[in-house]
Design a protein around this ligand. Sequence first.
Ligand code: NCD
Length: 364
Amino acid sequence: MIDVSLDQFLELSEIEMCDYVKEHAVLFAQQYNRKELDHLCAVADAARTVRKTVEGADFLASLLRNRSVLNFFVQPSSRTFLSFSQAEAMLGMSRQSVRDIKISSMSKGESLMDSIHTFISYVDMIVMRHPDNLAGATAFWTAAKSHRRLKIKGESRPVPIVSGGSGTRQHPTQSLLDIYTLERSFEKTGGIDGKTLMLVGDLKRGRTVRSLSFMMKNYDGVKLIFCAPDEYQMEDDVLNFLDEEGIAWRKVSSIDAGIAEADAVYMTRIQDEWNKEGQGEGHEAAQNDFIFRMKHLETMKPTACLMHPLPKRDEIEQEIDFCDDPRVVYWRQERNGMWMRVALIARLFNVDTEILNYLKNSKL
Ligand code: NCD
């Protein structure tokens, strides 16, 4: 299924790689079309309802009881690791994890390719987070080239590789849960089409905001406002993509400059772990114009929402965390991640329609 060498594969653009990846892995936000996104949101909603009863929970846990997964996270993670792990448990999968290169054979000099080749001897899916931008693509190529195949949808498929964050470039499953959160927040205001999203913070090295921007190709009339200090502004590859897709964007240099217009404000932290000279010197504080304060909540549209992929530091004023304002959705966004990951895994193993059918046939 893959007719090019690893070096040739890694030289392809993300869009070109998508042609190989198809529905066999989850590496790039650009893989998703509108139909697929709407479907995943519907499955996430269904799983959420089905799990409310013991019978429903038992049904979900029977779906992938014969499948196993490795959560291979060699970069820090709380939410992505835990929500994947919980989603896998809900579907009945048996789970293993490797969370530190130091305790894997990679510390003995084993290549990423050999490690992946080994892992897929034991498990039926790998969820991976890795600091290297190309790690997910390398793992996918290795899985596609290896002899191990799974029977899914009557087809013989490679072991699926799911990116849980890859370097500074992509975090496709975060953008899936962000889409789900936006859809839920805009349920009464016509969905994501026609909305204005303001993305704030480190847009240059934040993989979540890059993936979310790519996702916007699926929605009509969306406008993006990129709000960041000059040194952390959105990169040209994303801006060129948006131009090609006809998506309007503009850059601003304070939250005040976009807050009245925004239907969603998406905050991010300064990704200073990529700052070589800053290492070990403590966190870089968010600049004043990029801190979301109570006064911004007061000027935000009544139907808007405030999101954050988390973890956060000082970029959102702390009293906002516990205020009762329904527009503050970042804690619900975390939980949405678990349901979206249930939907995504169910889809990869072709048991997604079973969840929809169970709901239809039950009285829930
Ligand atoms: C993000 C990540 O790891 O890219 N976190 C997450 O997955 N929710 C954002 C971040 O680390 O700032």
